[in-house]
Every structure is written in C-alpha cells, then in structure tokens.
Design a protein around this ligand. Structure first.
Ligand SMILES: [Zn+2]
Length: 375
C-alpha cells in the first residue's frame, strides 16, 4: 500500500474572507525517477477529470511507484462553484472574462541568457538548472509582484509551480458535447498511442497561456535554442524527457465512474510506458488513431440562427456534402423554409459540438479535424 499524502493549498480569498483552497494528493517516489503532475477541473463544468483522479488514486494505491505523483482535483475552486441555474459555467473568469486556461506564464526572454550560461555544462546539469529557473520565475511572479495578480493568475501560478516540478503533465478537461481527444505537442506524437484516445491534435511551439503549453514550450524553446548553436539537447530522449498534454475526456457536466476507470487505466498505461510506475497490467487498446495539426482543427460557425438538430457522429470521417446538422426555423413555417441542412464541401472528422440546441448566427457549432491522417 502506498501512502497518499493530502495537502490543502490556499490559492486565494473570497470577499468574505473565506479561503479558496485546492486539495493536493501526493505519492512520493524516488527523486531519480520520472515524475508526473495531473490536474482536473480548471474549467468549472469539466468535471469528469475529478472522477478519473479518484480512479487513479484507487489504482495507484497498490502499484509500484517509481517517481513522484501529484494529483490535483478541483484545480479551480472559483470555476468549480460557478453555477447559474442548472448549469455550471466556469470557463471564463466572470469578472475579467478571461479564459481560466489562458492565465499561465511563460516568458520566452529567459531562454537566451540561460543558454549562454550553459555552455560547457552537461545535459543533466542543464536540465536541473532550467527546472530550477522555471520554478524560480513562477515564484517571482507569485511573491514579488508589486502590482499584484488577478484571481486567475494567482490560482494558475500556484498550480504551475507544482507542474514545473514534474517531467510529465496531464491537464484533464472535457469538451462541451465531445468525443475524447488529446492535445499533444508535435514532438511527442509517439506517446499519443499509449492513451486510449482515438483523436490527437498536434500542437506547435506557440505559447497561448494554457497549462500544457506553459510546461512544454519552455523545454521546446530551450531545445531549439541549443539546436541553433549546433548543440544537441533533446527533450524526447531517454535521459531527458518532458511532455505535457491536455486530455479532453468527453462532455462537460458529466460524471461517469465506469468511463473514468477506463480513462484512469489509459493514463496508467502512459505512466507505465514512461516508467513513472512499474506494472505489467496495462496495454493500449487497439483502435484507429487519427491525428490532425492544430492549424487544421477548424471551428465551423453557424451560418444562421435557429434550433439545431446535431446529426454528425463524433469521431467518424464524414464525407463531403453529408449533413453536419439541420437547423429548424419555425418562424419560416408556411411561408418560407423551416429546415436547413448544413454540410461542408470536404471530408472532416467531427470532434465536438456546441452544448445547446439554440444558436445565434455565428455560434461555434462544431469543431472538426480537416486534413487528418491515421497514425
Ligand atoms: Zn477545458
């Protein structure tokens, strides 16, 4: 039985003085073994990751642990409790309107001066120093920022401080109504097949404020800066290996503990592959895996307002001209056209759609893989 330690991390205060807290579960491993950081529910309605963390803890209790494992459910206590009527909101900070998953930090300008200091040092020393630099940069932002931080930054930076300590980072999200899909840095494509997730988005080295980017972009930029000098510093080698993923577990506002167990096993399989744990019990499922570069992940905006009957099945290639959805316009009944079929003139794979059946003209109706490939 592994000992699971629980800490309560204070991430802010409400107007009444009530503390905003986040539970942090840790299983201690060896310092020389690869480690992982997993969080869930940064977006309020995306709750299934909490159930996956529950199932992971259950599975990990009796698993041989090699490296440190840190698990953070309810990562955003504001978003998590942001209810309106029957629904959970919690995708955007209600005060600033900023997406909660666009508030992490990476300052590209730390790379070049760091690289200059590294000449002649060994790769393990560079790795340790860079990790220290990233943790110090985030602590600087947290503790020595004279003009203060927004509520969201304070939450994000404290989570990021934990994430920077790990080699692998998994940020558990869901779509609105969605199939499972994975955001994977382009260089880590090989690792995507260890997850039981049929759709992988390959993302470039562009920082846009999300946790996965905030943890892999610094390492990727470091690798590139060394490469410019003709020095090999690979972050996908056996000795230095850094990967971060956003794992989209399906639809929002849903807890399914049986599906969560399947997803936890898929994560166990990845952790086993990465030697964070030692077990022989997990194998990736056989499935057709589709990849798509982020630039080809297209949002389709509704050409009209109306009531939507979503038709296209997730995850299956949809031929050109086949309907994505039909839109009902009862205001046109009798003297116009009450039904409109919506289709695309190219083959796509529908990945997710808007959560409501009533849409305005211009609402993001579907997101689809275009120019996809099997791997
Ligand atoms: Zn999300």
């Amino acid at each position: 039985m592994n000992e699971i330690k629980k800490e309560v991390m204070h991430v802010g205060e409400m107007a009444s003085g009530a503390a905003l807290t986040v539970p942090v579960y840790r299983i201690k491993g060896r310092t020389d073994a690869p480690s992982v950081y997993i969080q869930a529910n940064m977006h309020g309605a995306e709750v299934q990751g909490n159930a996956v963390i529950f199932q992971l803890l259950e599975l990990l209790t009796n698993t041989k642990i090699n490296g440190d494992i840190t698990l953070v459910p309810y990562a955003n206590p504001v978003g998590c409790n942001h209810k309106n009527g029957e629904y959970t909101l919690g995708r955007f900070d209600p005060i600033t309107g900023v997406n909660w998953n666009r508030m992490y930090h990476f300052d590209e300008s730390i790379i070049k001066p760091f690289v200059r200091e590294c000449i002649g040092k060994t790769n393990p020393v560079i790795e340790a120093n860079f990790k220290k630099l990233m943790i110090e940069s985030i602590e600087e932002k947290l503790n020595h920022n004279i003009y203060g931080l927004t509520t969201g930054q304070r939450i994000a930076y404290q989570l990021q401080r934990l994430a920077h300590q790990a080699d692998y980072v998994l940020d558990l999200h869901t779509g609105p109504i969605s199939s499972k899909h994975l955001y994977c840095p382009e260089y880590a494509q090989e690792s995507a097949q260890y997850f039981d997730i049929p759709h992988t988005l390959l993302i470039p080295n562009d920082f846009d404020g999300a946790l996965d980017e905030a943890t892999f972009c610094p390492w990727w930029s470091l690798q590139d800066a060394f490469a410019e000098l003709g020095i090999e510093f690979s972050i996908s080698s056996a000795s230095i290996n850094k990967e971060s993923f956003t794992v989209e577990l399906g639809s929002q506002e849903q807890i399914d503990l049986d599906v969560a167990l399947e997803d936890a096993k898929s994560i166990m399989n990845y952790l086993q592959h990465k030697n964070v744990i030692t077990t022989t019990g997990y194998l990736p499922k056989t499935m057709t895996r589709y990849g798509c570069y982020l630039k080809n992940y297209k949002a389709f905006y509704s050409p009209m307002g109306g009531m939507v009957d979503y038709l296209a099945e997730f995850g299956q290639p949809l031929a050109a001209g086949e309907p994505l959805a039909r839109i009902l316009r009862m205001d046109n009944y009798g003297d116009g056209d009450p039904l409109h079929y919506i289709s695309l003139d190219k083959k796509v794979i529908p990945i997710l759609h808007f959560a409501s059946a009533s849409v305005n003209q211009g609402t993001e109706l579907y997101k689809v893989f275009s120019e996809y490939f099997e791997f």
